[in-house]
Ligand binder design. Structure first.
Ligand SMILES: [Zn+2]
Ligand SMILES: [Zn+2]
Length: 283
């Protein structure tokens, strides 16, 4: 059940992404906003999609730069380590463990004029409210739930006689299995793929050939299964933005051959050891 939900929520992610680009019901605000709420509710650990809209458009403009907030948020550009592995699925933990460094980097960019006052205001709003009311409470409760169940499993804690805990657990355990664990699995897969198929650090601003690689080497299939083949198709999206996720999938084979002929990298696994830097010279 957990994996089945993880699979279907990966399609909701694609729907949200295309809604952000205004591809469905752009003229009917009511249906459009209802759909955005729907896909958020079933992926409750994600950022508020109305706030994500700003950072996703920003991602298309500044992919691979220090200020690409969306990709930085999911560990793009970090050196590979146990810490990166741990924070890959978890936006809250990723924020808490990197806050000081990221804050310094963004402030530097602000000073240099690469991050406007408006961007700064939006970022502050996103940090304060972007993971409310769902993401932050559910993330903290998940860790509490894991600790309590871990201690109980190893007989270090016995709450078997505690009626109020039993009642709480009978409500929250289904929430963990239906909403939280499938989304953590899905987010691990999506964030692992996206943070490695986008280059970081030495990408020329706006150069779509350098922004991404196609990452579809055979061993990535378990990850692709829970992110609708993102490693194979997201690069196509950087070239043709206003196209739906199922069309990206349908044209993948032909698009890849054109992209290959024009210098887009394929399965550049060595970029994993370069903290996602590309091996191209900045033009
Ligand atoms: Zn997009
Ligand atoms: Zn992208």
């Amino acid at each position: 059940m957990v994996f089945w939900i993880a699979f279907w929520t990966s399609i909701l992610h694609e729907l949200e992404h295309d809604l952000i680009h205004g591809l469905y019901f752009k003229k009917n605000k009511w249906i459009h906003n209802f759909m955005l709420f729907f896909v958020w509710f079933f992926r409750p650990l994600t950022l508020n999609p109305w706030m994500r809209r700003y950072w996703h458009n920003y991602h298309h403009q500044h992919s691979g730069k220090v200020v690409d907030i969306e990709e930085r948020g999911v560990t793009n550009g970090e050196k590979w380590s146990l810490k990166r592995l741990l924070i890959t699925p978890d936006l809250v933990l990723g924020f808490l463990l990197r806050f000081h460094r990221l804050q310094k980097e963004i402030l530097d960019e602000h000073r240099k004029g690469n991050f406007s006052d408006k961007d700064f205001k939006k970022l502050r709003q996103t940090i304060l409210f972007g993971l409310l009311p769902f993401g932050i409470p559910l993330t903290f409760y998940f860790y509490f739930w894991v600790i309590i169940h871990g201690l109980t499993y190893f007989n270090l804690l016995d709450l078997g006689q505690n009626a109020s805990f039993q009642l709480l657990d009978s409500i929250t355990s289904p929430i963990m299995f239906v909403f939280v664990i499938p989304n953590l699995i899905r987010q691990f897969c999506l964030h692992f793929i996206t943070s490695n198929m986008h280059y970081y650090g030495n990408v020329e601003d706006g150069n779509i050939i350098q922004q991404t690689q196609v990452l579809n080497v055979w061993w990535t299939w378990p990850f692709q299964l829970f992110c609708f083949n993102f490693g194979s198709t997201h690069s196509i999206h950087h070239f043709i933005v206003m196209e739906t996720f199922y069309n990206r999938q349908l044209i993948a084979r032909r698009a890849h051959s054109i992209m290959k002929n024009n210098g887009v990298h394929f399965n550049d696994i060595k970029s994993f050891s370069r903290a996602n830097r590309g091996d191209f010279e900045v033009l």
